[in-house]
Design a protein around this ligand. Sequence first.
Ligand SMILES: [Zn+2]
Length: 129
Amino acid sequence: MTTEIAVDVDSINKPYWDGLKQGQLFYQACQCGHHWLPPSRHCPACLNENVTWQQASGEATVVSWVVYHVAYNPEFKDRLPYNVAIVRLREGPQLITNIEGDTQRLAVGETVRLKVDLGLEQPLARFSI
Ligand SMILES: [Zn+2]
């Protein structure tokens, strides 16, 4: 069974989702120096609406994670056990994701690399260790 994630694509987050379809991860940036995800209409730090998009390098570090051994949503039961992690991009923004690979090595501060999952109707930004 393939689990499909429904996302609401709108004028604010469309560049993010379009980038993933090309295997690239984009985040928003402001002239005040703040970089962030998820996308928003204005800078969360200074409320400036003149925001730009920048491509992430794909390098990130693990901030935290949990491992699910119970499928609270039945659609995820075939993925058990799976992790849900927070990673911080080298450029600063943090995002919630999954980490694939030798997850026994997961540790705070561990370097992970972007691995866009293109096998879904809507690609997702996942990372590999
Ligand atoms: Zn700003």
